[in-house]
Design a binder for this molecule. Structure first.
Ligand code: ADP
Length: 495
């Protein structure tokens, strides 16, 4: 690392606390066992801090605190609860730089993108606060002698488990819907990126009544699984991998819990020959989420290029990918940072080797950039493979890294079958000026969220979630709020 870069990274360490605590029942506390685990800066390999290594005992304490806080929280009016979320949104904005910096150090994502994540989290709290008055029921005129009506009621304690790729965004934004709906929450942060969630504990302690939100750090089996299985956790919400999603469903089976899952994807982007090439190339680049090193479930990592434009499109895309400014995540100028962990780095490199073995042609990237400052971190260049057959493992399995597979296509009729050939169904992107064609294809593709002439953008109020093994339920919309309620029917005999 150059002297200048090293100094800048060290200066950003001023944002770190000397000690990190969980938040349980309004108290900042360590794990009952006294154990901690280190969290590492994936750009340098250096230890940043030690954080509480929670286990079942801490989960029990947190659920008990959430259970205790529930009756009073539930009795508040929806607008009163919304007020708490609005104040929290304001706090997120005030402290945006701290949160963004912590995530940049802890997770390897670039600070520019992380500032947007904090803003999105704040907006999500304002959005759900605005929906508070939509927590309403129906009247049903079943017969003249009975007054039938329904009430949407909260579940009680919600267990929320989040992944590493958007730490503050998922930890903060996904509190809004359950809280506005009247539930209390126990949140478990991802073991790779606990710092921003634990930092958030300080703000939650100040802004919410004790126990309404509780924040834990710890790994999946020791802290996540007991949270899912705890009998007093009535509703489980998970964002992460398909494999763990399945385990969470299994662990929820005994308690017959209501579960929502936002899981992985291997999403197609389909380019027709009639498009504005410049815009479509920019979108193919954007859709890969290279600014998150491809670690995003919605990334359109299978790029279907029509035969007649294939060569020119690919050439321009490769040029764009090669021009990416890879940098230290805390550097304002960086366009791409590094993968979250050595494990993730090894996994991505193994897929790159697999792609070569399967006979795909490596067009660009394929490893760590050569610059000296990137040798200690989990940096991988944007990597594009051409001559990919849609049946190769490279094109079937989620890599969760900066690896894009280009598949050549000739006949429109073949597209839906190729797009639908994976077990996932999260997003898709279709590029053509012919709306009838795009609309027909959009109806045939099995995915929960489709862009036509766009990619990667989310919009508040537009349901986001997966078909097939990409998940259960929809988020970022009214149905997310309502999914944290259950309907009670009340029937009054007037006779
Ligand atoms: P990723 O591939 O993004 O790391 P994972 O699905 O492995 O996603 O992890 C996402 C979250 O799920 C993390 O907070 C992790 O600790 C948690 N987790 C992992 N295993 C389990 C489990 N068996 N039960 C509950 N949570 C788990």
């Amino acid at each position: 690392m150059s002297q200048l870069t090293e100094t800048a990274v060290k200066a950003s360490h001023a944002v770190l606390r000397e000690k990190y605590y969980c938040l349980i029942g309004g108290e900042l506390t360590g794990a009952e066992s006294g154990q901690t685990f280190p969290t590492i800066n994936p750009a340098t390999g250096e230890k940043l801090a030690d954080v509480p290594d929670c286990d079942e005992r801490d989960v029990n304490r947190a659920v008990e605190a959430a259970q205790k806080a529930y009756p009073a929280w539930r009795r508040l009016t929806p607008l009163e609860r919304a007020g708490y979320c609005r104040r929290f949104a304001a706090r997120l904005r005030e402290r945006a730089e701290t949160y963004a910096l912590l995530d940049a150090l802890d997770g390897g994502n670039i600070i520019r993108s992380l500032r947007q994540d904090v803003e999105h989290a704040a907006r999500m709290h304002e959005y759900f606060a605005g929906l508070a008055t939509e927590l309403k029921g129906e009247t049903i005129p079943a017969n003249a002698q009975t007054f039938n009506f329904t009430l949407p009621e909260p579940f009680g304690v919600v267990g929320r488990i989040v992944p590493f790729n958007h730490p503050i965004l998922f930890a903060a934004s996904r509190l809004a819907a359950p809280l506005v709906a009247g539930n209390t929450v126990v949140l478990k942060s991802a073991e790779q990126t606990p710092l921003s969630a634990l930092e958030m504990g300080h703000d939650l302690k100040e802004l919410f009544p004790p126990g309404v939100v509780n924040v834990l750090s710890g790994d999946g089996p020791k802290a996540g699984a007991p949270l899912v299985r705890h009998p007093d956790v009535r509703r489980v919400a998970f964002t992460g991998s398909v494999e763990v999603g399945r385990q969470i469903l299994r662990d929820s089976a005994d308690g017959l819990k209501t579960v929502s899952l936002e899981l992985g994807g291997k999403n197609p982007m389909i380019i027709f020959p009639d498009v504005d090439l410049e815009k479509a190339v920019a979108s193919a680049f954007q859709g890969m989420n290279y600014s998150w090193q491809g670690q995003s479930c919605g990334s359109t990592s299978r790029l279907f290029l029509q035969d007649s434009i294939h060569d020119e499109f690919l050439e321009r895309l490769a040029e764009r990918a090669q021009a990416v400014r890879i940098g230290m995540p805390t550097d304002d100028a960086a366009e791409m940072g590094c993968l979250v962990s050595e494990r993730q780095f090894d996994k991505v490199m193994a897929y790159i080797e697999l792609g070569k073995k399967e006979g795909a042609r490596l067009v660009t990237g394929g490893g760590r950039p050569p610059n000296p400052e990137f040798q200690r971190g989990n940096f991988v260049e944007p990597t594009i493979f051409d001559q990919v057959d849609y049946r190769m493992r490279l094109a079937q399995e989620e890599i969760f890294g900066p690896v894009q597979s280009v598949i050549r296509w000739r006949k429109t009729e073949e597209l839906a079958a190729m797009a639908n050939s994976v077990p996932y169904g999260l997003t898709a992107s279709i590029w053509t000026r012919d709306f009838a064609t795009a609309y027909r294809l959009a109806q045939e593709i099995e995915a929960g969220f489709i862009w036509i002439n766009d990619s990667s953008r989310h919009f508040q109020g537009v349901p986001f979630g997966g078909y097939k093994q990409s998940g259960l339920g929809r988020e970022e919309c009214l149905s997310e709020l309502l999914s944290y309620t259950q309907i009670k029917s009340i029937n009054v005999n007037l006779a």
